[in-house]
Design a protein around this ligand. Structure first.
Ligand code: ADP
Ligand code: MG
Length: 362
């Protein structure tokens, strides 16, 4: 079995490590120098939409998948008649445009924050009138790790927001005073079998994920999130792993965004679940029975951003994942996972690790 993966970043690398365990070979398409997934398979160093490279993947692989969201949808359309391509291009298309994504949530009856489309500066004024302050303006496309966003706290910020990101297609979103953020990750195989992971509680700072912990002791929320993810998987005729990010407001969940791929907030599943999100993605696209998503303890994950300080490697009974990337401020270079018998032991260590790592990083 041979899988073609478009993108060779850390998600591709972790898919590759899982594939190795399953006896499956991976080949990647990525133009960058020394991508992390080069550790796991050959990399065709061509642009993501290179016709000859895509044709090579289609001709030599049993199935093609992708590990990041900005793969041109046309690249998938180009090969989908020649080879199975999962997740489906329609899921990718919805996730690439925040407006299409929100309209999908609305069609599926999944609650979401109030929003308005912004095409001109006057639309921001109208959105502030309609939604109240604060609002966050986001580019509809190509945002990640909080990039392409501007929070308007009072009306004098409107000009600043327009100067910063005006000109791109935008949306305005009500700023949600959430209690905390969660994500729900699910997988569906070609036959339609579905497996859902326990909720993950995620903390972002400056728009970047810092920590995740799972499971979350909130059964009603977990049931609701599971229902939303099942609805999405079925409606999209989805194959592979999908992550839905949600804001928790009391007993209510509001959908923030979804990713049609394995997700940073599920990295703890490598050691914290009977079957990781990476293995279940592979099982799903290979149409194998999905593995159990049961937890094997209380898992915590800290992202290593900008640098990997010595303290990260010097704490016993943790799992350090170094993606092998060169350091740069704000760049995700690795993560640490820890598993403990109780939530309180996990939280205590996770919080101190997060503090130490943040203080020592660039
Ligand atoms: N409407 C909002 N209300 C409150 N916080 C928000 C809102 N939108 C984004 N955020 C914060 O910023 C983070 C990143 O925003 P998100 O829309 O998920 O973009 P990205 O694609 O960069 O992950 C969120 O996880 C959350 O912490
Ligand atoms: Mg996000």
């Amino acid at each position: 079995m041979r899988i073609g993966i478009i993108g060779a970043g850390q998600l591709g690398q972790m898919l590759g490590f899982s594939a190795r365990d399953l006896g499956v070979e991976c080949v990647y398409l990525d133009p960058s120098d020394q991508p992390p997934a080069a550790a796991c398979g050959d990399v065709i160093r061509r642009p993501f939409d290179d016709p000859a490279a895509l044709a090579e993947l289609a001709a030599t692989c049993d199935v093609v998948t992708f590990e990041f969201e900005n793969v041109p949808v046309e690249a998938l359309h180009r090969i989908e008649n020649d080879v199975a391509v999962y997740p489906p291009a329609s899921a990718l298309q919805h996730s690439q445009d925040r407006l299409a994504e929100k309209q999908l949530f609305e069609r599926l009856g999944i609650p979401l924050p109030g929003y308005r489309v912004v095409d001109a500066r006057a639309d921001i004024e109208a959105a502030v009138d309609a939604l109240g302050l604060p609002v966050v303006i986001k580019t509809r496309r190509l945002g990640y790790d909080g990039k392409g966003q501007f929070v308007i706290r009072d009306r004098t910020d409107i000009d600043k927001a327009w100067q910063a990101i005006g000109g791109s297609a935008l949306i305005a979103e009500q700023w949600v005073p959430f209690d905390y953020e969660v994500s729900c990750i699910g997988a569906r195989n070609v036959d339609g079998e579905i497996a859902i992971y326990p909720l993950s509680h995620n903390v972002h700072e400056g728009g970047i994920l810092r920590t995740s912990r799972s499971p979350v002791d909130a059964p009603v929320l977990a049931d609701t999130a599971e229902r939303y993810v099942r609805t999405m998987l079925e409606h999209l005729d989805y194959v592979g792993t999908l992550a839905l990010e949600l804001f928790v407001c009391g007993e209510k969940l509001l959908a923030n965004e979804f990713a049609p791929r394995v997700h940073n907030s599920g990295h703890w599943s490598i050691e914290g679940s009977k079957t990781s999100q990476f293995e279940n993605h592979l099982r799903a696209i290979l149409n194998r029975p999905l593995g159990s998503t049961d937890s094997v303890g209380h898992a915590g994950m800290v992202n290593l951003i900008g640098g990997i300080p010595a303290v990260a490697r010097n704490i016993g009974d943790t799992y350090v994942h170094d993606y092998g990337k060169s350091p740069r401020p704000g760049r995700k270079l690795g993560h640490i996972t820890l598993i403990r018998d109780t939530a309180s032991e996990r939280d205590e260590l996770l919080d101190s690790l997060h503090r130490n790592v943040t203080q020592s990083s660039v």
